[in-house]
Design a protein around this ligand. Structure first.
Ligand SMILES: [Zn+2]
Length: 142
């Protein structure tokens, strides 16, 4: 696997993250402005019925249900305490190549874990629904 292809490292750059926040519902006077969201590592990943979903490009933690006074840095740190991006003491531009490669290795590990867990989560959700159906049917026949 190539560690540093251009597309993959794009989101390390603040401006590229900021660009994703088109149509973000919070602006002037809010804590979670696009600028603050992007600074805290988030990218905007809206879906049909959830316009305010944001995901950390690094740890892939998704958060929604934002309130105007939410501080993106604090929310990020409290929901994903082990995220190495939020724990960075330097700006990405100031990292050495070695440090960046180390980060990127960690990030790709997180991506693989997420990809592997997705079908499991989907299956578990489906199983839960099916179980509820079965219980309903059984109870109904009593
Ligand atoms: Zn993160």
């Amino acid at each position: 696997m190539e560690l540093l292809n251009e597309d993959d490292i794009k989101m390390y750059v603040y401006e590229n993250r900021l660009k994703t926040f088109e149509g973000w519902p919070f602006d002037e006077g809010c804590s979670c402005t696009p600028e603050n969201m992007a600074k805290a590592g988030f990218i905007h990943t809206p879906s049909g019925n959830s316009p305010d979903v944001a995901m950390c490009f690094f740890c892939l933690k998704e958060l929604e249900g934002w309130e105007p006074e939410d501080d993106p840095q604090k929310e990020h740190a409290s929901h994903s305490p082990s995220c190495q991006f939020i724990a960075l003491k330097k700006k990405v531009e100031d990292l050495t190549v070695e440090e960046l490669l180390k980060l990127q290795k960690e990030r790709q590990k997180l991506i693989i874990i997420k990809l592997c867990n997705e079908p499991v989560t989907k299956f578990e959700e489906a199983a839960k629904l099916r179980k509820a159906d079965i219980i309903k049917t059984v109870m109904g026949e009593d």
